[in-house]
Design a binder for this molecule. Structure first.
Ligand code: C2O
Ligand code: CU
Length: 481
């Protein structure tokens, strides 16, 4: 259970591949660009072979080739209509191979990560979800403003029973990188492998040559723990199910590389030299960022390559934790990227440069995040879900929400159904306008958000460290007519 001990064990970790179900590696995505993606990457195809300090190019000292980093499969669109995307997902038990060991997990359509759903702004999305699990489930569309009865929560709504099918349907109004996951027994079901990316494109944004998804999960050292990583002791990251693989970039085309942190608890501080951040969960940023921020559980960021960086480069996870203990941990290599030694093309992103809405300095709602790290007991304003008193606000009003973290852990604060603008962090406004659905509130920090209550419903509001949410750090914000 000790974070630090887990992390140092990682240094001597054996090579891990996580492959799901029927034993077939997830295929390279067909993104319509005809590129070869990663399917032919191999352990010695990257031309470096020695950048990792152990001399055999795979980091484990046994000379086995490193696996290719695959793309998750793309979901098949079952409806030929141009503005409708229809997808069928089956949630079912699956045998995962983690750290070379078989683990009883879950998967969508036999794949962990599940299929990537791609659609565009204005499309109608229809997803038939069949529950072949032995327990109820739902799907929540993280970051999207869906109608409340499509939000996949069981606060005053019923889950999908075993054997049943439910159709989620809604119109996509936001562009960005989103993801889907169960919202019933969430910590356990996400932890066991139920998650996938949902990409909403905006035809007004640049079309890139390579639009790739990297679903990041972290796993416990002991893969046979039935709920691996549930308490945040999980610091062995996989990229699309593969640990320490090789990503072969076939050409110097332009890129948009979408990272999703689906880990139950792991904070991910990415280091990919030669890239910059151009977008986040809620779409293209107001200004690009060179220094990457920590990607907290539930959140997303999109990188663009702009520098050849010598043809082969290691992408690492700098040690990072919600409990503030980071300095002594070693970095973990996530993957090695092999690419032609030519500077890649970049895209003409329409960064708006918009300035933040000025903080009006009044407050409508205060959420105090409280709890006890040692017992995993957590609360908001002294209340533990489901014994809560929801705030209710009228539709179409603008609300100022102040989130005060008075605990000894950081918390990725997440709100369903609405988009939040960051007004200030400890009194400092962000450099540019920052729209989020998930935002880290550091230890002892106060973050103020402006929220337009433009979607009627009873919206779950919680910490996205899932054991914290399960431990009580969850409430509901009602947007009433
Ligand atoms: Cu990503 Cu309430 O969830
Ligand atoms: Cu938390």
């Amino acid at each position: 259970m000790n974070w630090r001990a887990r992390f140092s064990e990682m240094v001597s970790a054996v090579l891990i591949a996580l492959l799901v179900g029927c034993g077939e590696a997830p295929a390279a995505s067909d993104d319509g660009g005809g590129d070869a993606t990663t399917a032919d990457a191999s352990g010695d195809g990257d031309g470096d072979g020695d950048g990792d300090g152990d001399g055999d190019g795979d980091g484990d000292g046994d000379g086995e080739p490193r696996p290719a980093v695959p793309q998750p499969p793309d979901a098949e669109d079952l409806d030929p209509a141009p503005n409708v995307v229809e997808v069928a997902l089956v949630a079912a038990p699956a045998t995962l191979t983690i750290h070379g060991e078989s683990v009883d997990g879950y998967a969508y359509n036999g794949s962990t990560p599940g299929p990537t759903i791609r659609a565009k702004v204005g499309d109608t999305l229809r997803v038939q979800v069949t529950n072949d699990l032995e327990v109820p489930t739902t799907i929540h569309w993280h970051g999207l403003k869906t109608p409340w009865n499509m939000d996949g929560v069981t606060w005053k709504q019923s889950p999908i029973d075993p054997g049943a099918t439910f159709e989620y349907t809604f119109t996509l109004s936001q562009a960005g990188t989103f993801w889907y996951h169960p919202h019933f027994d969430t910590a356990r079901q996400v932890d066991l492998g139920l998650y996938g990316a949902l990409i909403v494109e905006d035809p007004a944004e640049p079309a890139v040559d390579h639009d790739w998804v990297f679903v990041m999960d972290s796993w416990a050292e002991d893969a046979n723990e039935p709920q691996h990583g549930l308490h945040g002791s999980d610091m062995r990251w996989t990229v699309n199910g593969v640990e320490d693989g090789v990503l072969e970039i076939p050409d110097a085309g332009s890129t948009r590389m979408r990272f999703v942190n689906v880990a139950n608890a792991g904070y991910l501080e990415l280091d990919w030299p030669g890239t910059r951040q151009v977008a986040a969960g809620q779409g293209v940023l107001a200004a690009p960022k060179d220094a990457l921020e920590v990607l907290v559980p539930g959140d997303r960021l999109d990188l663009e390559r702009f520098d050849a960086a010598g043809g082969s480069v290691d992408v690492t996870a700098v040690a990072s934790s919600p409990y503030g203990q980071t300095e002594v941990e070693p970095a973990q290599r996530l993957m090695t990227v092999a690419s032609p030694p030519t500077a890649p093309a970049t895209s003409a992103w329409a960064f708006s440069g918009a300035t933040p809405t000025p903080d009006p300095l009044y407050t409508d709602i205060v959420y105090s995040l409280q709890g006890d790290v040692s017992t995993d007991t957590w609360a908001i304003n002294g209340e533990q879900f489901p014994d809560i008193t929801p705030y209710a606000v009228p539709m179409s009003t603008w609300q100022v929400i102040e989130v005060r973290n008075i605990s000894f852990s950081a918390h990725p604060f997440h709100m369903h159904g609405l988009v939040m603008e960051v007004l200030s962090v400890d009194g400092e406004p962000p450099a540019v306008q920052t729209m989020v659905d998930t935002f880290n509130v550091g230890i002892a920090q106060t973050v103020r958000f402006g929220v337009l209550a433009d979607n009627e419903g009873e919206w779950m509001t919680h910490c996205h460290i899932l054991p914290h949410a399960e431990g009580g750090m969850m409430t509901v914000l009602v947007v009433a007519p």
